[in-house]
Design a protein around this ligand. Structure first.
Ligand SMILES: Nc1ncnc2c1ncn2[C@@H]1O[C@H](COP(=O)(O)OP(=O)(O)OP(=O)(O)O)[C@@H](O)[C@H]1O
Length: 303
């Protein structure tokens, strides 16, 4: 039987008249890095807050480590790490005092992990936390979260605002530690190059629902990209359900489809006004971009 470390069933969360999550069903197996992807306001952070028991569901339920999120004890919480974009830490304390505080709170604290990860960042132990740069604060936060030896680590936009070097250091530290510690990492980011680099599994959230869950390569294989010459306007093609996007770029029609066998679709295009059809490889970035764009703006056509 699969060991699911995170599960949700029929999870719904409304804020007044706004529905942030609706019938959100998910089962995440233990281990690996699972990337949450979705447009702004899709419901990702709301799901994390429900998972951590910081909010209560309107309907349905979710669990982490096999425990209903509304019933997490301090001991369970000690097995869950959470890092968000704000990297909130007590600004008046010195770095070594914060580390000492964390070390005393987490019985499974691993000093060697902390030392290895913090070595990627230029953090002085005697500095006040408030004096650290954003990247240094992110590094300190990640080092402490990983040293806690969490079974689940939730990273919600952890690299927001970091420069390229700090971002690389963050990702390198994260990937090495994940392999060592075998914890399950939930990684939420809008940065597709990061997702491409770290994710074993993609969870694409759209308007409060789980839309797709697949390994990155499997997801890419479901998406096709076509460049065609049309003699007439491809209006019929535009409205097909499998078409994620259709754009006129310098007189050629670029079409992205999902879950549509390539040979069938090529024949369909040729039978419906295309004079020529060329299939081009799809990057993960493009595949995800097309899925998110569909929900954002609907299909585009300026033919
Ligand atoms: N406390 C709240 N009160 C009212 N509405 C809320 C509250 N928290 C979230 N929402 C709404 O719920 C929806 C989902 O928000 P959420 O923060 O989960 O999105 P997200 O996917 O994390 O977005 P982003 O990528 O922009 O961070 C949004 O429309 C948001 O305005």
């Amino acid at each position: 039987m699969t060991d699911y470390i995170i599960e949700s069933q029929g999870l719904t969360k409304c804020f007044g008249t706004k529905t942030a999550l609706f019938d959100f069903n998910l089962a995440i197996p233990r281990g690996g890095i699972h990337a949450f992807i979705g447009a702004n306001g899709a419901g990702k952070s709301t799901f994390f807050r429900l998972l951590l028991g910081l909010e209560s569901p309107t309907q349905g339920s979710c669990s982490v480590l096999g425990i209903n999120s509304q019933e997490l004890s301090p001991e369970h919480r000690g097995k869950i790490g959470y890092v968000n974009e704000e990297h909130t830490l007590p600004s008046w304390m010195t770095v070594d005092a914060v580390i000492e505080m964390q070390r005393s709170l987490y019985p499974k604290w691993q000093q060697d992990t902390f030392d290895k990860v913090i070595a990627n960042f230029d953090v002085g132990l005697k500095q006040n936390v408030g004096q650290l740069s954003r990247g240094e604060r992110a590094g300190l936060n990640l080092s402490m979260a990983l040293a806690q030896s969490p079974e689940v680590l939730i990273l919600d936009e952890p690299t927001l605002g970091l420069d390229v070097v700090a971002k690389q250091a963050f990702l390198t530290a994260l990937m090495h530690t994940e392999m060592d510690a075998n914890c399950t990492i939930i990684y939420c980011s809008h940065q597709m190059e990061e997702v491409e680099r770290v994710a074993d599994n993609l969870i694409i959230v759209e308007a409060g629902e789980v839309k797709y869950m697949a390994a990155p390569d499997d997801f890419c294989q479901r998406v096709n990209y076509w460049i065609c010459d049309f003699e007439t306007k491809p209006d019929k093609v535009k409205n097909l359900q499998c078409v994620l996007s259709l754009k006129n770029i310098e007189g050629q029609i670029h079409i992205v489809t999902i879950d549509q066998p390539a040979e069938h679709f090529e024949a369909y295009l040729l039978a419906n006004g295309a004079a020529s059809v060329v299939a081009v490889p799809v990057s993960l970035d493009k595949a995800i971009g097309a899925v998110l764009a569909q929900n954002h703006r609907g299909h585009e056509l300026s033919a």
